[in-house]
Write a protein that binds this ligand. Structure first.
Ligand code: GRF
Length: 213
């Protein structure tokens, strides 16, 4: 399979969000219109009230809203989003706090071009409440994962992971804060690694991502 690499001098991101967009902000601050040619070409939200949309507009980044309820089913919803992403010439789709499952209707149009950020050390604690689930379970460590998206829920090949320790006096909020700080570093790093062609797959085990850095 062919991974997206910046060969044209510009590498266009389509970022999908559902809420605050602090990870979108870290991508804007660290990568957008910087020396690496990475550009946030489009921000999509399923929620018209998502604060991340304001962050994008503040930087004159095009936005689009696709509420799930406006479509007969998830496939139609994802086809409309994929059309919009293609219209904006997006090289890589980044799920940065996007809370809906993405269906093959979109994934098949962007093979190995969709990545997701998840706030746990996958495969532990997949799903919508990874931080809370690890905390309640009582693990000593949790963390952050950036992975390619496949049809499952948080199951695609892992690109980067970083451990976050859970301290005995932590609350869910204090843990969330430290996890977010790691996310804000890890996601831009993964995007840079992909855009500069430093990522490939182990020929013998296509789940295994190899990083040449
Ligand atoms: C992040 O913790 C991400 O891992 C999870 O949703 C959260 C989004 O945060 N999927 P933000 O909207 O980027 O602030």
């Amino acid at each position: 399979m062919e991974l997206p690499v910046n060969t044209k001098g510009v590498f266009r991101l389509g970022i999908l969000i559902s809420g605050s967009g602090s990870n979108l902000q870290s991508i804007i601050d660290k990568l957008h219109r910087g020396p690496s040619g990475i550009e946030v070409a489009l921000v999509i939200s399923d929620d018209p009230e998502a604060y991340g949309l304001r962050r994008a507009r503040r930087d004159d980044i095009p936005t689009a809203v696709f509420p799930l309820g406006d479509y007969p089913d998830r496939e139609e919803h994802d086809i409309a989003m994929a059309d919009e992403l293609e219209k904006h010439g997006v090289d890589l789709v980044v799920l940065a706090g996007y809370m809906l499952i993405v269906t093959p209707a979109l994934l098949d149009r962007f093979p190995y071009r969709v990545i997701n950020l998840h706030p746990s050390l996958l495969p532990a604690f997949p799903g919508a409440s990874g931080i809370e689930d690890a905390f309640v379970y009582g693990t000593g460590v949790t963390g952050v994962t950036v992975h390619f998206v496949d049809e499952g829920c948080d199951t695609g090949p892992i690109i980067l992971q970083e451990v976050v320790e859970i301290q005995y006096n932590d609350t869910v909020d204090s843990l969330r804060e430290r996890i977010h700080a790691v996310e804000h570093r890890l996601l831009p790093r993964a995007i840079e690694l992909i855009s500069t062609g430093k990522i490939s797959f182990d020929e013998k085990n296509p789940r295994r991502v190899i990083i040449r850095d």
